[in-house]
Design a protein around this ligand. Sequence first.
Ligand code: SF4
Ligand code: SF4
Length: 107
Amino acid sequence: MAFVVTDNCIRCKYTDCVEVCPVDCFYEGPNFLAINPEECIDCALCEPECPANAILSEDELSKDQEVFVLLNQDLSQIWPNIKKKKAGLPDATQWDGVVNKLEYLES
Ligand code: SF4
Ligand code: SF4
């Protein structure tokens, strides 16, 4: 069981989560982060750090969020690793809490 980055990270990408991950298993795309489920050790440290509450354990996902399991798995294979926090996207606060952002995910 791994932790999963979900919908509300899209177009926010604050990156607070990467600072606390002991195994550096976050990968960065243009407007979303993905967790590599094979590297995640399920420590739960990142979940409370996310200002957008976008990180959930796989067993906490709603039906609508289940699509993010495969997305995290696939995107973490193609995106570069990120270990250090950087500034969130410029319009992150406007997008925080907007529902159904999947159509805006850039890969
Ligand atoms: S802290 Fe949350 S919103 Fe920010 S990059 Fe990590 S998962 Fe995405
Ligand atoms: S649960 Fe732990 S190991 Fe997994 S992504 Fe979060 S901080 Fe990293």
